[in-house]
Design a protein around this ligand. Structure first.
Ligand code: ADP
Length: 623
């Protein structure tokens, strides 16, 4: 071969950084490079198996689908070969010269951070192939595409560059020839390689042959009968497909023959990788048809909000030669998706009754996805209501209740489920909104996450009970037998009606168009005043989120101020407004701001502070 045919290229800058991170941060977990190469080989075989059904390729069609590993213990060379789709020259350059993730800007920072935090995380990034440089002095990749085009050899020492040249005499597939570093000679021994394959790659669905002997079990675990599969096997399979080292939190092995033939093995991991700073997860479920992988990380087989689930779905009913595009609009896929999603939701609801503590762990880690489902997926929204959990006035701090639990405890005559959002349980319990609930012994859910009001508003009702935010203006709490010994009534003597309406007028005049209406409250017990929302479904917490995003006060929903005719402050104000209207106006504005703050809404802090000083001055003067 003439030397002109050898082309030398620099690695893309990002690739060099990845190489650097992989080589320098991961060296304690060097075994995983075997797993990465074997799983790349298996992917290439899966792709070929799929292509051979759709395209009927002729080149090397007789070559069996397998992975072969050879160990040269003398020369310290390890060779991993597969008979998968192989790569053309262009594919070789893009696949092994660049990093596919370059679109996401902070990929490298996230990767570097993950590498430091937890080596297990690195598997989630798919830096796969480059991990070979943890052990390699030099790597050669000989490959020939399934289309029969010319074969090529790629070579690199993991430094700044690689070279590519044509290579004759290759069969379909890819062969990776690794010259091991001096401190990595063990990887060219049969014993070590066999051990690693057994540990990580038992479930590769093609024969993995080490020195001619098959070392894995090839049968697809999800097609075996449940009674034959041990817990260990289930866990091992989870680790295999999820690239994980932990045990799964839940697993569901679901088989059905009619109306659809489905075999599904689904797992919930222990961790939510999205909160570990890894960006948005891709779907973790692979779709098979008669044990042939047709869609890896399938976005069609489960809804997006179930992207934290790992596993496989296999259906005999799907046409084998279906293309990935066709999956999207395939009615049968949609049907399988519906059946599986319903089954999975039911499964989670069952787990909650079997082991509520474990379910709460699930909820704390993955509840955010369930909430996402309620707000984005109309199809399953109603089913998801069962899975929601919140603190409430009937739970101890930190304990959670379901909506079903709430309904069981509902008072006679109560037809709504009430909730209120706030930054913490104690802020809510000391605030104005729950006073009458406490007094009348009506349970109220505490929604402590900003997104919760969107979730409950999207849900609208649950088991025919309306979901109602306690900061609504038109709230009418049912008359109930008081739980407490004292009768239900507000504190002390109330102001007479005329004085109250005069007071309301005064507030209205002072506050102007900041407030839609001011009226006497029939639900405040101790607090002098509170803000309520007039716009049907807008709650203060939703408004907070919108303000944080848009910043415009103009977006504020219509508000009413409710004042408490039995509050000592209101009684005093009724008198002061006659004697010192200016001072009274400041007090009214301050009451309004206080109520806004208790609703978690924005006030003009500068204005409030100077007014507050004016009031203090007056008081210090002896008023
Ligand atoms: P990942 O496997 O996560 O995509 P890798 O760095 O391991 O990342 O591989 C990059 C790409 O190189 C793969 O997506 C695949 O297209 C290609 N590739 C790697 N190994 C093989 C192989 N044995 N046969 C065919 N293509 C391969």
């Amino acid at each position: 071969m003439s030397s002109e045919q050898v082309e030398t290229r620099e690695f893309q800058a990002e690739t060099r950084k990845v190489l650097d991170i992989v080589i320098n941060s991961l060296y304690t977990e060097r075994d995983i490079f075997v797993r990465e190469l074997v799983s790349n080989g298996a992917d290439a075989l899966e792709k070929y198996r799929h292509i051979s059904l759709t395209e009927k390729p002729e080149f090397d069609a007789h070559v069996p689908l397998e992975i072969t590993i050879d160990c040269d213990d003398k020369k310290h060379i390890l060779t991993v070969a597969d008979t998968g789709i192989g790569m053309t020259k262009e594919e070789l350059e893009t696949n092994l010269g660049t990093i596919a993730h370059s679109g996401s800007g902070n990929f490298l920072e996230e990767l570097a951070e993950a590498a430091q935090k937890d080596v297990n995380l690195i598997g989630q990034f798919g830096v796969g192939f480059y991990s070979v440089f943890m052990v390699a002095k030099k790597v050669r990749v000989q490959t020939r595409s399934w289309d029969g085009s010319e074969g090529h050899e790629w070579e690199s020492d993991g430094g700044g560059s690689y070279s590519i040249k044509p290579c004759d005499g290759l069969h379909r597939g890819t062969k990776i020839i690794i010259e091991l570093k001096d401190d990595a000679h063990e990887y060219a021994t049969k014993f070590t390689i066999e051990r690693i394959i057994k540990q990580y790659s038992t479930f590769v669905p093609f024969p993995v042959k080490v020195e001619g002997k098959t070392v894995n079990t090839v049968q697809a675990i999800w097609t075996r009968s449940k009674s034959e599969i041990t817990d260990e096997e289930y866990t091992e399979f989870y680790k295999f497909i999820a690239n994980g080292v932990d045990e799964p939190l839940f697993r569901l092995h679901f088989s059905a023959d009619a109306p659809l033939a489905i075999n599904a093995l689904l797992y919930v991991p222990q961790e939510n990788f999205e909160t570990l700073g890894m960006g948005r997860m891709q779907s973790g479920v692979n779709l098979y048809c008669q044990r042939v992988l047709i869609d890896q990380h399938s976005e069609n087989i489960l809804p997006e909000w179930l992207r934290f689930v790992k596993g496989v779905v296999d259906s005999e009913d799907l046409p084998l030669n279906i293309s990935r595009q066709a999956l999207q609009d395939n009615a049968l896929v949609a049907k399988i998706r519906r059946v599986l999603t319903k089954r999975f939701i039911k499964f989670l609801a069952q787990q909650a009754t079997i082991d509520s503590e474990k379910y709460e762990k699930f909820w704390k880690t993955f509840g955010i996805f369930i909430k996402e489902g309620v707000t984005t997926d109309f199809e399953f929204q109603k089913d998801l209501g069962k899975l929601l959990r919140f603190e409430s006035s009937a739970t101890k701090p930190g304990e959670l209740t379901s909506l079903d639990g709430y309904i069981e405890r509902m008072q006679e005559g109560q037809d709504s489920i009430y909730f209120i959002n706030g930054p913490s349980r104690s802020a809510l319990e000391n605030g104005p909104y729950v006073e009458m609930f406490k007094k009348r012994g009506i349970e109220i859910l505490y929604t402590l996450e900003p997104i919760d009001d969107f979730v409950l508003n999207h849900l609208g009702e649950y088991e025919e009970k309306k979901l109602v935010s306690a900061d609504r203006g038109d709230l009418h709490l049912p008359e109930t037998e008081s739980k407490e010994s004292e009768p239900v009534e507000q504190q002390g003597e109330k102001l007479d009606d005329e004085t109250v309406s005069g007071l309301c007028e005064f507030f209205k005049k002072t506050l102007g168009d900041r407030i839609q209406e001011v009226k006497a409250s029939d639900r405040l017990v101790d607090s002098p005043a509170m803000i309520v929302n007039v716009d049907g479904y807008m709650t203060s917490s939703m408004e907070r989120i919108m303000q944080a995003q848009g910043g415009e006060m103009a977006m504020a929903g219509k508000k009413e101020l409710e004042i408490n005719p039995a509050s000592p402050l209101m009684k005093k104000l009724a008198a002061v407004k006659e004697e010192k209207p200016e001072f009274a106006a400041d007090i009214a504005r301050q009451i309004y701001d206080n109520a806004m703050i208790q609703a978690g809404l924005l006030v003009d802090s500068q204005e409030m502070v100077s007014r507050n000083y004016r009031i203090l001055e007056q008081i210090a003067e002896g008023d």
